[in-house]
Design a protein around this ligand. Sequence first.
Ligand SMILES: Cc1ncc(COP(=O)(O)O)c(C=O)c1O
Length: 380
Amino acid sequence: MNLFDVYPLFNITPVRAKDCQVYDEHGTEYLDLYGGHAVISIGHAHPHYAEMLKNQIDAIGFYSNSVQNPLQQELADKLGEQSCLDNYKLFLCNSGAEANENALKVASFHTGRAKVLYLERAFHGRTSAAVAVTDNPKVVAPVNKTDYMVRIAFDDEQALTQQLETGEFCALIVEGIQGVGGIHEPSHSFLKLARKLCTETGTVLILDEIQSGYGRSGMFFAHQHAGIRPDIVSMAKGMGNGFPIGGILLDEQFEAWHGMLGTTFGGNHLACAAGIAVLDVLKSEDLIAHADRIGKAWIPLLESLPGVKEVRGRGLMLGVELDRPAGPVRKQLLDQHRIFTGSSSQPNVIRLLPPLTLTMEQVMQFQAAAQAVLEGEKVS
Ligand SMILES: Cc1ncc(COP(=O)(O)O)c(C=O)c1O
């Protein structure tokens, strides 16, 4: 049987990984500045993470959500403490799209409304409601299109005001920092206005922190740089360091009833063990402050590279906009210098999403390689 060919593959077969490095079957080492798609937060194969998962599978890997699972509460307590959002409630699921799907559903039940406002270039996932608020023609099929979902230009405060003041929207959904769209951070003034208007019009403010959360921006969640308090926060990716887990944080105003949300696998024992291990390591190794420091030191270095037009983002979620297509540059970085980077829906942008453990030495390894590639080194 053939695989359904939906992924543009790197011609590399990783068989082992450690911290920020990935190794193929020949033992060749690669520097992972892609974080396995913004997923690896605490580094590949972290010993505490590996031990927690091994112990958990030996004890109990899975039982259904119809019984008590104290690991869910432990995860919620640690997440509340570290994110400073301890007065929210947690619902656990399996992926980013599912988190947004649940966030939109809660917002719709809560308000009794069906319209959702979203931004230009947004990416919120591939399931039905999440994809309907995604601005990317490659993933939105005709069946996903509905007049209920309204798009406005990025950071357009006038359009935001005009739409929200109709009072027709159940939710506004915004990424803390747009990822797939090419690393664009909404301005703090836009986010503050969004908060104010959502409160005035009874609209639920959903912050999608699936890519920008879990410390990647140098704070636990990227919206915290703007000092706003969302009604719902969605998360996934870095939450499990590769083990599938997602979730939403819901402000205390929301009421639940049995059966309103649910999932077979969400919040299972193994997923919780992974989630707890990630939070343990983020704290014990102070990785969020580290990501902030490395990001601040890296941005001016990236800006000094030849052919770089703009560097966007924060912490270890950076977008480098080039004066040329990023594809061939990324290929050369991989083929010649053994460095993984990420693409985006903007063809000139390289996305850098490494594990939060990245060192300055590894930053300098990338700098030397990028300098050579951008200066037009000969391909061997
Ligand atoms: C901001 C954002 N939201 C949602 C998603 C969807 O997450 P998943 O692929 O886990 O469904 C992604 C994935 O890239 C994302 O970056």
